[in-house]
Design a protein around this ligand. Structure first.
Ligand SMILES: [Mg+2]
Length: 317
């Protein structure tokens, strides 16, 4: 698959998944079973027009802008702050959705704290706010040595989420995307490879790691995809979002089905679908995303332009 197809697939995958979830964010799973989302909807939870994406996509687009300059964690923090304060890369000019941990971290950056120290590192600060925005950084770190990749993702997550569990979740997602985008493995092959090598590839064996790795026990089982749907959750806890997104990706045959299953888990619908969309969009490519979804979301042309600029930069590296 061509690079442009993958990069555009990732960015539109995130934004369309996010936009499908925005109108039904925080609704319970039962309401999605009774009335499943099948297409873009308007209004609902945040009173936004159809196709409006939220913080997940804004922070992804800010991340890509930082990559297109001279990427650093500080620069990433400055772009996030510009979004938070001025609505930079927002769908309609203002911020209507932001997580508590992200908001606290951006206030710390504003008051002068270094970006890589800004995220909370309490066990309770393990929402999915760094996982939802981490995917595009694979293009920045894919050629680093494994230990450098871990340090890279650690500082990137730490801008908003500094606890080791959040960092490990981000690392898992990027390594998985690396296997499908750079190594071009089939998704089940890539998943089996993650089960086989992710933990040992971390190259760290401190007691702190051993404790945290227990949170990833289920997603490292080679038959994880066979778990019944009701054992997974659409909550905003980072491990739930990672598990459910990977499960939706593995248990579907195309982009549309993957993100619709994710949205219809209910609860943190936009983020579960955005992370699922990052995996499925990168894997199946931009042409596999329903064109009516791509044209229905906010700022379609700006997203195409951003994907093109990242593609050009990648092909020149
Ligand atoms: Mg959101």
């Amino acid at each position: 698959m061509e690079l442009k197809e993958r990069i555009e697939g990732m960015l539109f995958g995130i934004a369309t998944g996010d936009a499908l979830g925005v109108p039904v964010e925080f609704c319970q799973r039962q309401s999605r079973i009774d009335d499943p989302v099948q297409e873009m909807r308007a209004f609902g939870t945040h009173h936004q027009p159809a196709g409006t994406w939220s913080d997940d996509s804004s922070m992804v687009f800010c991340t890509v802008e930082a990559m297109l300059k001279e990427y650093s964690t500080e620069l990433l923090g400055r772009y996030f702050l510009d979004w938070f304060l001025n609505g930079y890369w927002s769908a309609h000019g203002s911020v209507f959705d932001i997580g508590i941990a992200t908001s606290q971290a951006l206030h710390r950056i504003k008051s002068g704290v270094k970006a890589e120290l800004a995220g909370g590192n309490e066990e309770m600060s393990n929402g999915n706010g760094s996982l939802m925005r981490i995917a595009p950084l694979i293009w920045e770190c894919k050629n680093l040595e494994p230990s450098e990749r871990f340090r890279f993702v650690s500082s990137a997550s730490s801008v908003t989420h500094r606890h080791l569990r959040s960092i490990l979740a981000c690392h898992y997602l990027l390594e998985f995307i690396r296997l499908i985008a750079q190594k071009e493995l089939d998704k089940m092959q890539a998943f089996k490879e993650m089960c086989r090598s992710w933990e040992s590839g971390l190259l760290v064996h401190s007691p702190e790691f051993a404790n945290e790795l227990s949170a990833f026990r289920r997603i490292l089982q080679p038959d994880f995809n066979l778990l019944p749907q009701d054992e997974l959750s659409g909550s905003g806890y980072v491990v739930h979002t990672l598990e459910t997104s990977v499960w939706c990706f593995l248990n579907s045959e195309n982009f549309r089905d993957a993100v619709l299953v994710a949205v219809n888990f209910g609860d943190d619908t936009d983020t579960t679908a955005a992370v699922t969309g990052a995996l499925a969009g990168t894997y199946y490519g931009s042409n596999a995303i329903p064109s009516e979804w791509k044209s229905a979301i906010s700022r379609t042309a700006d997203i195409e332009d951003l994907a093109l600029r990242l593609t050009i930069r990648e092909s020149e590296r």
